[in-house]
Design a binder for this molecule. Structure first.
Ligand SMILES: Cc1cc2nc3c(=O)[nH]c(=O)nc-3n(C[C@H](O)[C@H](O)[C@H](O)COP(=O)(O)OP(=O)(O)OC[C@H]3O[C@@H](n4cnc5c(N)ncnc54)[C@H](O)[C@@H]3O)c2cc1C
Length: 439
């Protein structure tokens, strides 16, 4: 696998201290490696939300499905994210989507975002997965005065058909959301969850439906003569059809079509110890999941067990040095946003890869020139709902069924980023521009 970050970014050490492992240990997720020759109707590469959702839906329709993961299910972003099951998936603004795809396509896509959140809620309920959900929608808090909440509220009404609630600074305080914020807005769609509990629930549901999942099985080569043959260190999987579900953990050569079509980008999270009653009284004590209005945003939520999760984007290189710098930065941002907790320990820090596309919208569709191959990726840091939904959409496409709303703009294959393997350099400019706007 030729990847564009150094091996450091894909190391186990990045999640060694992930809080979710305290709730669902890695050992629960580990699966044996593929050894020898095996056959399936559909082979899926990647056992995160995308791959497992696709697998579950296929198996429920009687399709023999085998999932291969390089490490273990949930090793990628799905087992280490912030647990915001929320609207999103595209980074493109309304204006950009309208220019590129037209307004009807944008409205169709926005409805799919709503359907994606509903899809996860239904999956949790159907498969009786207790994922420690909380929060009634999501609240954005402004980091500087003059944030255009009214204009944004009108866009939300148009896109999602719901009316957000605006909050003044003092209302935020009354609601248990104090901080250096100038106001806020709650959109009543979405909820917080424990992503590993959701992931393990999805994994078990897929296995119960007949899916075979292998861990420690990195696919190093895909060849085709009539059927696909996927090569792993100790085995080969032959399949009629193939699904690529590798998102931010994709490589340039498995298969070569992916080269330059995805942009991995890092996100990092810290989690506090359990907060005491006095600490909560002195600071944030709402169970609303929230994020700030920065372009390089912070996302945070008080979990039902009273630990506080705080995350942010960033990091263009991956090394011990850069990781240490991000760790310092996330802690210092946490302390300046929540000064009452400056002394509260954050024993958990980890990082992982999200994924962007050149058009800043997600992809869920057939791969050109690879008959019977489908791919789903590029959720722009919002793949809990959209990745799960994309997996279900890919299964629908394979089954030739149309039970779910499948936005046309998601079926357009992503264009290549310029600069090939050096494309991360583009992010320098994007991050610098975003940081300037955030000032
Ligand atoms: C720190 C962090 C916080 C985040 N917070 C949120 C959030 O709060 N809300 C939200 O909506 N989204 C969030 N995201 C994004 C979200 O987690 C992802 O969009 C989503 O999990 C992607 O799911 P996936 O199944 O497509 O990919 P992943 O979960 O990344 O899985 C890809 C899998 O592919 C496997 N793989 C790759 N190549 C191969 C190969 N050649 N052979 C076999 N296996 C292979 C990998 O091992 C990996 O397990 C966050 C991401 C990170 C990193």
């Amino acid at each position: 696998m030729r990847r564009i970050f150094s091996d450091h970014a894909y190391d186990y050490a990045r999640i060694e201290n992930c809080y979710w492992a305290e709730t669902v240990p890695d050992s629960t997720l580990m699966r044996p490696a593929l050894i020898g020759a095996e056959k399936a109707d559909v082979a899926i590469i990647g056992a995160g939300f995308t791959g497992l959702s696709a697998a579950l839906r296929l198996a429920e329709s009687g399709v023999k499905t085998v999932v291969l993961d390089a490490t273990f299910p949930g090793f990628g972003a799905s087992g280490r994210n912030g647990g915001f099951c929320c609207l999103g998936g595209a980074k493109a603004s309304n204006g950009m989507i309208d220019r590129m795809h037209g307004k009807p396509a944008r409205l169709e896509y926005r409805q799919a975002e709503v359907a994606a959140v509903k899809h996860v809620a239904e999956t949790l309920s159907t498969h009786e997965i207790d994922a420690e959900t909380h929060s009634k929608g999501e609240t954005i808090v402004s980091h500087k005065a003059g944030y255009p909440f009214e204009a944004e509220a009108r866009e939300i009404e148009e896109n999602y058909g719901v009316t957000p609630t605006l909050h003044s600074k003092s209302e935020l305080e009354t609601l248990g959301m104090p901080g250096p914020f100038h106001g806020g807005m709650t959109t009543p769609i979405g909820f917080g969850l424990n992503p590993r509990k959701y992931l393990v629930g999805l994994l078990r549901a897929a296995e119960a439906a007949g899916v075979t999942v292998y861990g420690a099985s990195p696919v190093s080569d895909i060849s085709r003569s009539g059927t696909y043959a996927l090569k792993t260190p100790q085995g080969t999987l032959e399949a009629e059809q193939l699904t690529l579900a590798t998102n931010g953990y994709s490589s340039e050569d498995v298969p070569p079509w992916l080269a330059a079509r995805y942009m991995p980008s890092q996100s990092s999270v810290i989690v506090t110890r359990e907060l005491t009653d006095a600490e909560l009284a002195a600071g944030w004590h709402s169970d609303q999941m929230s994020y700030d209005s920065r372009n390089l945003l912070h996302y945070f939520r008080l979990m039902p067990n009273r630990r506080f999760l705080f995350g942010m984007r960033g990091g263009l290189t991956s090394s011990d040095l850069s990781e240490a710098a991000i760790k310092r930065k996330i802690r210092s941002d946490f302390e300046s946003m929540f000064p009452a907790w400056a002394q509260v320990e954050t024993p958990h820090y980890w990082s992982g890869m999200v994924c962007l596309s050149a058009g800043l919208t997600p992809f869920a569709g057939p791969v050109p020139d690879m008959p019977g191959t489908y791919a789903g990726f590029a959720y722009h840091g919002n793949g809990v709902a959209m990745g799960s939904y994309t997996g279900a959409l890919l299964a629908e496409q394979i089954l030739g069924s149309q039970k779910l709303l499948s936005p046309k703009l998601m079926q357009k294959p992503p264009l290549k980023f310029p600069l090939g393997r050096a494309r991360r350099a583009l992010m320098l400019g994007i991050y610098a521009g975003a940081a300037l706007k955030d000032w």
